[in-house]
Design a protein around this ligand. Structure first.
Ligand SMILES: [Zn+2]
Length: 220
């Protein structure tokens, strides 16, 4: 696994092969921020790209980051053919694929086709595992096919201070171990939300002190 700086960008030498890179990490580790930064860097070099997402936290066809950046994007619906999407454009040099863990496995295969058959660089970003700590099928396929897999190093900490590794789903204040693989909720507030925990506390189901948003004033 590579730990190259995800922000580094060197101009493409002639005739180099296109690449499929997968950047993964738990929620809140800055994946969408990095996706937007990479799009900016490549665009500044005069390269033409498309930004794709699915189930963004904004609820719309946008890539938005927790620190307030945002960009309109193509929403990847279940039956969207990504090869056709790219070929319908004049010339696409690269794709930024945010929330790639939610794409279908067929769409990950299409990304590999774009790299190998059409010379498009693909930068995919997403979670590796779901709230049960099991890998998303699309993430698994990316691990299998990608030229480079990079774990994002941006610190996200468990409440205990250890490195956050796993995404816990919290339903009414209790950690859930079963349920639908994809339930969209943000990390804050709400009856269903997500918390990033270290492995130890993920496995014991210890959520630590209540999240500030969960504190309620009991009626007198
Ligand atoms: Zn912990």
């Amino acid at each position: 696994m590579s730990e190259l700086s995800a922000l580094s960008f060197t101009p493409a030498p002639p005739h180099r092969d296109a690449v499929l890179r997968f950047f993964y990490g738990p929620m809140d580790c800055g994946k969408s921020t990095l996706a937007l930064q990479m799009n900016y860097n490549h665009g500044r070099q005069g390269r033409r790209g498309l930004v794709l997402t699915k189930h963004d936290r904004s609820g719309g066809p946008r890539v938005t980051s927790r620190i307030g950046l945002g960009l309109s994007a193509v929403e990847v619906t279940e039956d969207l053919d990504l090869v056709r999407l790219v070929l319908a454009h004049d010339q696409i040099d690269y794709l930024i694929c945010d929330e790639a863990c939610f794409y279908t496995v067929a769409q990950i295969e299409q990304l590999a086709d774009l790299v190998d058959e059409h010379g498009v660089d693909v930068y995919a970003f997403g979670l590796a595992s779901d709230f049960r700590s099991r890998m998303f099928p699309a993430a698994q396929r990316l691990f299998e096919l990608a030229d480079e897999v990079c774990r994002l190093q941006v610190e996200v900490l468990c409440w205990c201070g250890r490195q956050g590794r796993l995404n816990a789903r919290v339903v009414d204040g209790v950690m859930a171990r079963t349920g639908e693989q994809v339930v969209i909720a943000d990390t804050d507030g709400a009856q269903v939300h997500y918390r990033v925990l270290c492995r130890r506390h993920y496995r014991t189901g210890d959520l630590g002190a209540p999240h500030p948003d969960q504190l309620t004033v009991s009626p007198v």
